[in-house]
Design a protein around this ligand. Structure first.
Ligand code: FES
Length: 290
């Protein structure tokens, strides 16, 4: 049951956004912090406060995997079984935890402490295989270490993530994701040796995102909302990228001896140039469908 206090906090979240419905994602996290999952009551309250339909709220809640349809235990243990983690031992960790806890994927132990779920890549492949507890990282895991981790969690032992804060409960973590900080964001290391090694190499060799940064990060605030506007924005983005790459070509990176309007060599630059030589209408039409 969503309380009056939570309703008031939802209104506080809504007030943070120019468009009320933009508040839906943090509101759903707040629902999870109170109910342990996205409950039917939580969906109804979100719909009522945002003046949208319950179907629209449910569509969002069932799209993103961080929103759960069944109550989660105190600790959501996510084992990455995506390709790299799987071959580095993630599959064995998952199988070992299922056996150790006596539960299957997306199930919770009888004491309500641990919910086990296999998760997709957590963008921490340099620390594979990775396990997350309430979205905090545990790196370079082994089946033995994973078993000890869940035993400690169930026994109430305080557990520190390898990168990040001390592990709190699922509901506490959901409250932080809803936008109500617990003041522990700076606890623990935020980066690990594997990531920092790449940074050191970049510094040593003088590598920067440099001239490609603008092209790689178009201004999303100006992205068109209609197909025609989206097509125009895509075309403008491509032009920026082409200009950036042309400057790189002039500076000697890529194919030499070509004019500034040519792109540097890429695996399919010939095909792209052939497309560009065709009708602008058809090229734009293709972009508009992406
Ligand atoms: S494959 Fe596991 S974090 Fe990327």
């Amino acid at each position: 049951m969503i309380t009056e206090k939570t309703r008031a906090e939802m209104r506080e979240i809504i007030a943070r956004y120019p468009q009320p419905r933009s508040a839906l994602l943090p509101m759903l996290h707040l629902v999870q912090s109170e109910e342990g999952f996205v409950s039917p009551d939580g969906i109804e309250v979100c719909a009522e406060l945002l003046d949208i339909t319950a179907a629209e709220v449910a569509a969002v809640a069932t799209f993103y995997t961080m929103y759960k349809r069944r109550p989660v235990g105190d600790y959501h243990v996510g084992v990455c079984t995506n390709t790299l983690c799987a071959v580095m031992g993630g599959d064995q960790i998952m199988a070992g935890l299922k056996d150790h806890l006596g539960i299957g994927n997306d199930e919770t132990t009888e004491d309500g402490k641990v919910t086990l779920e296999h998760v997709e890549c957590n963008a921490a492949c340099d620390f594979a295989p990775v396990v997350m507890v309430n979205w905090e990282f545990f790196d370079n895991m082994t089946p033995d270490r994973a078993r000890k981790l869940v035993d400690d969690l169930r026994a109430g032992v305080e557990v520190e993530a390898d990168r990040g804060a001390r592990v709190c409960t699922w509901r506490q973590a959901e409250r932080v994701l809803a936008g109500f900080p617990d003041g522990r964001a700076d606890e623990g290391p935020s980066a690990g040796e594997a990531s920092l090694a790449g940074l050191r190499v970049a510094h040593e060799r003088g590598w920067t995102a440099g001239g490609h940064a603008a092209a790689a990060a178009p201004d999303l605030t100006t992205r068109g909302s209609t197909p025609a506007e989206a097509t125009r924005t895509a075309a403008e983005t491509d032009t920026t990228r082409a200009e950036s790459e042309s400057r790189a070509a002039e500076a000697g990176v890529g194919r030499g001896g070509e004019g500034p309007s040519s792109r540097p060599e890429t695996p399919n630059s010939g095909a792209e140039n052939a497309d560009n030589a065709g009708s602008a209408g058809s090229a734009d039409g293709e972009k508009g469908q992406r």
